[in-house]
Design a protein around this ligand. Sequence first.
Ligand SMILES: NC(=O)c1ccc[n+]([C@@H]2O[C@H](COP(=O)([O-])OP(=O)(O)OC[C@H]3O[C@@H](n4cnc5c(N)ncnc54)[C@H](OP(=O)(O)O)[C@@H]3O)[C@@H](O)[C@H]2O)c1
Length: 305
Amino acid sequence: MKAIVVTDQTAGTTGMTLTDHRKPEAAGNDVLVEIHASGFTPGELSWSSTWTDRLGRDRTPSVPGHELAGVVTALGYGTTGLAVGQRVFGLTDWTRDGTLAQYAAVEARNLAPLPGDIDFTVGASLPISGLTAWQGLFEHGRLQPGQSVLVHGAAGGVGSMAAQLARDAGAYVIGTGRTTDRHTALDFGAMEFVDLGHDSPDDIGTVDLVFDTIGGDIGKRSAKLVRAGGTLVSIAGPPEARLTDALAIDFVVVSDRAQLTELAQRVRDGRLRTRIGKVATLDDAVAALNPTERVRGKTIIRVRP
Ligand SMILES: NC(=O)c1ccc[n+]([C@@H]2O[C@H](COP(=O)([O-])OP(=O)(O)OC[C@H]3O[C@@H](n4cnc5c(N)ncnc54)[C@H](OP(=O)(O)O)[C@@H]3O)[C@@H](O)[C@H]2O)c1
C-alpha cells in the first residue's frame, strides 16, 4: 500500500517519504480501516512512541498520523462493536503505524461510527483536538454549567474546540491568544478575548477553570487566575505553577468511543466546527505537511478522493 514513512528522528517533517509499505493486518480486537482522510500533528515526530514500540524497540520505518476517518474492511479475531463496511473515525495507538497510509489496523474500541452526513475530511479533523478539549473540560476540569473557563490559545486546534464545547455546556468562556487571534477566538465561542501581547490576564479576576494549551510562562502566570477550589488543566506539559487551594492537572489525550460519538453529534447539530486550513492528497502530503507559507487550521490528507 502507499504510505508516508519516517526513519530519521532528527529530520522532522522534511524526513517524510511517500513509499510502498506493507499493508497491516487486523490483530485480535482490531479492525482494518481503509483510510479516506488522515490527520497529523507535527508534535508527534518528537514523541518516543513514533520511533519505538512499548518495549523501547526501534519500530522505524514508522507511519505517522493518528487521526483517521474511513471504512472498516476487515475484523480481527474477537473484534466486536464494529462491522465491515462501516464508516468510522477516531484516534489510533501512538506506538503503532498510523494513518498517513491507505490502511491502518486499529483497536476497535478506539473508533466510533462516523455518521453518513459527516464528511471524512471533517471526521479526520475531530479526534485529537475534540477529545483533548472534551477530556480537559469535562473529565479533568469537571466543568459545570454556569462556571467560568479561561481557554489559553482559543484560536488554536484544541482551544477553538474547547471554547465551543464549554460555551455549549453553559460555561462563561474567556479566550486568550495573539492580537491576530481575536476574531477567530470570538468566532469559535469565546465570549471575551484577552490579547496576551497587550492585555494582562490578571485583570479578568479568577475563574473556575483554566485550560492551558500554551504552557511555559503563560501557564505559570495562570496559577493566580484559578479560584479556590478550581482547576488548572494543562495539555502543554506538567504545570510549573504551584497552586495552594486548587488542582493542577496535565494529561495526554486517549481515544474514547462515547466521547467521539458526542463530538460527532455536535457536528451534526451544527454546534461544533473544526478549523481545517488545507486539504491535500496522499501524493501531495509531504509537500502539504512541509508548507512554505503558514497554514492556519488543520491540514487534512485526503487519502481517497
Ligand atoms: N496533552 C495532550 O494530549 C495534547 C493533545 C493535543 C495537543 N497537545 C499540545 O497542545 C498544544 C496546543 O495544540 P493545538 O493543536 O491547539 O496547537 P495550535 O493549533 O498551534 O494552537 C495553539 C494556539 O495558541 C497560540 N499561542 C501559542 N503561543 C502563544 C503565546 N505565547 N501567546 C499567545 N498565543 C499563543 C497559537 O498561536 P500561533 O499559532 O500564532 O503561535 C495558537 O493559536 C501543542 O503543544 C500540542 O502539542 C497536547
